[in-house]
Design a protein around this ligand. Structure first.
Ligand code: UFG
Length: 322
């Protein structure tokens, strides 16, 4: 297929770009590099460095088969502090993208949605039919875009798939997490064991969980990328298919720290501080629908995610000493 990857210079977009190429798809990347890195895009891929508002110019007359939309602000804590930034970037940006897709007749869309749309669920595991009551601005903006896509599919022949990621980790095909300001648990823990950061701060150890720290469902970025390729052909015209992507296992912050210490053979200094705004207690997925509709089966466990992220973070540190 001829695909446009919007946000293809970011962590997940660049991994998906690599898999699309490996599978023989044609890829064009659109990214403004506000958080992504141009050098994450593999050689030979056409790269348009521009805002999402330029998507119509890229699509015009080019006969794309699909758009994969990764371009968004995606930090829970930041979104609570800066709601306007999130509503403008995520919702208004996506509206422009949807209008361009409709105008230029692109038949397929794969959208990066998130577990953050569910907020603080009462029952586990979380299915796509669980109530959506986001606790952060980030989750609210992604839910708004999911709703826009549902409306668009109902009114047109667009075949769309929203993939609701749980906690993505690991590295694949030479690409991984390289956030300028890192907020995610696993890369921070790896920096702490490596001495690239002085300590890891646990955001609250008084949560209503067995060890007092929040529980998340971690999914390997290579498994996530495979789901995107499968999603390209999963929906029928006029359908908006929504699928959770997670491994179905919950790990607490303290369990992740222990796994990082096991995999690396190193210890890190840890302190406990206040809770972070917008964080839910527990997020664990049911990915049954992804299994049924996409034929998706995650292959990697937490240990592999940590090991691959460790190897990647060391290779980045070797190239760009902090
Ligand atoms: N945490 C710490 N200390 C840190 C960093 C994180 O204690 O230095 C904790 C957080 O409080 C949270 C857990 O580790 O309980 C995981 O935090 P991350 O920042 O790694 O990930 P989030 O769960 O906040 O969010 C991620 C993505 C979101 C997505 C969500 C869905 O960033 O885009 O997973 O589960 F919506």
């Amino acid at each position: 297929m001829k695909t446009l990857v919007v946000g293809g210079a970011g962590y997940i977009g660049s991994v998906v770009t690599r898999l699309l190429i490996q599978d023989g798809h044609e890829v064009v990347v659109l990214d403004n590099c506000s958080t992504g890195h141009a050098d994450s895009i593999p050689a030979g891929v056409r790269f348009v460095q521009a805002d999402i508002s330029a998507v119509g110019e890229v699509l015009a007359g080019a006969d794309f088969d699909a758009v994969l939309h990764f371009a968004a602000k995606s930090l829970v804590g930041e979104s609570v502090a800066h709601p306007s930034l999130y509503w403008h970037t995520n919702v208004i940006g996506s509206r422009a993208l949807l209008d361009a897709i409709t105008e230029h007749g692109v038949p397929r869309l794969v959208f990066s949605s998130t577990a953050a749309v569910y907020g603080e669920p009462d029952t586990f595991p979380i299915t796509e039919d669980s109530p959506t009551k986001p606790t952060s601005t980030y989750g609210a903006t992604k839910l708004a875009v999911d709703m826009m896509i549902t409306n668009e599919c109902a009114a047109t022949e667009l075949a769309a798939v929203s993939l609701r990621y749980f906690n993505v980790a690991g590295a694949a095909w030479g690409a991984g997490e390289r956030h300028t300001t890192e907020t995610h648990l696993i890369p921070i823990a790896l920096d702490a064991v490596a001495g690239r950061r002085d300590k890891l701060n646990i955001y609250g150890d008084d949560w209503p969980t067995p060890d007092g720290t929040p529980i998340r469902d971690y999914v390997h970025v290579a498994d996530l990328a495979r789901a995107h390729v499968l999603a390209l052909t999963a929906a029928h015209p006029g359908e908006h298919l929504i699928c959770n992507l997670g491994n179905g296992n919950g790990f607490s912050v303290k369990q992740v720290i222990a796994e990082v210490e096991r995999v690396t053979g190193l210890e890190m200094p840890v302190v406990s501080g206040p809770r972070r705004a917008g964080d839910p207690t527990r997020l664990v997925a049911s990915a049954d629908r992804a299994r049924e509709r996409l034929g998706w089966e995650p292959q990697h466990d937490l240990r592999q995610m940590v090991a691959d992220a460790w190897e990647f973070s060391n290779s980045v540190a070797a190239q760009e000493p902090r």
